[in-house]
Design a protein around this ligand. Structure first.
Ligand SMILES: [Fe+2]
Length: 198
């Protein structure tokens, strides 16, 4: 698990349709995340609602921190497209809940072309650039929406009831950047959780 890069857990929920129906009845709102950014159309979930199932499938005890549902529509663009979430727990899980016929793209993983980084750089990696860390951070933020600065190394394809699990320090984005759908029924719907393993 410590070496986990991207893990795919298909047919994750025993009754995905019931979970989806319940999810669509929830109230979605805009919230400010711990990173200070505003996130649209979020519904915060009880942290550990799927931790038992995740533990079973991963063979490790999972402790979920921040868990949420998120819906995005056609034309919605991410705050920072290519990013890491290493301010949260060590791992992230995404459960795709869009109907099979609506699924498009998925979650892309990226390598920064100039520096060769696939993960958020540690202090030593930053030092090797001979640039100040704050300059590097500003550059990575500035290039978050510029896909020409990055090479896509993997696309985890969206599939109804598929969960993907990956370390939060890997550069990733939804892909394509723009979501899809015009109604709650046909929009991009995901359940997300940040978690650690014991
Ligand atoms: Fe993310």
């Amino acid at each position: 698990m410590m070496n986990l890069r991207i893990e795919t857990l298909d047919d994750f929920l025993p009754d995905p349709l019931a979970f989806r129906e319940q999810a669509l009845k929830e109230k979605f709102y805009d919230i400010r995340g711990p990173d200070g950014e505003m996130y649209r159309n979020i519904h915060v979930r009880p942290s550990d609602e799927l931790a038992g199932l995740m533990s079973e499938r991963l063979g490790k005890t999972v402790r979920c921190g921040y868990s949420l549902l998120r819906v995005n529509f056609a034309g919605d663009l991410p705050n920072h497209a290519i990013h890491t979430d290493n301010g949260y727990d060590r791992f992230a899980a995404i459960l795709y809940l869009s109907r099979p016929a609506d699924c498009v793209g998925g979650t892309a993983f990226w390598k920064h072309k100039q520096y060769g980084w696939t993960n958020w750089p540690d202090a030593a990696a930053m030092r090797r650039t001979c640039k100040k860390p704050e300059k590097i951070v500003a550059q990575l933020q500035c290039e978050a929406n510029t896909d020409s600065a990055w090479e896509q190394t993997h696309l985890a394809e969206m599939k109804f009831n598929r969960m993907i699990v990956y370390p939060t320090d890997q550069f990733h984005s939804r892909f394509p950047f723009s979501a899809f759908g015009t109604t709650m029924e046909d929009a991009r719907l995901i359940w997300v959780s940040f978690f650690s393993v014991v």
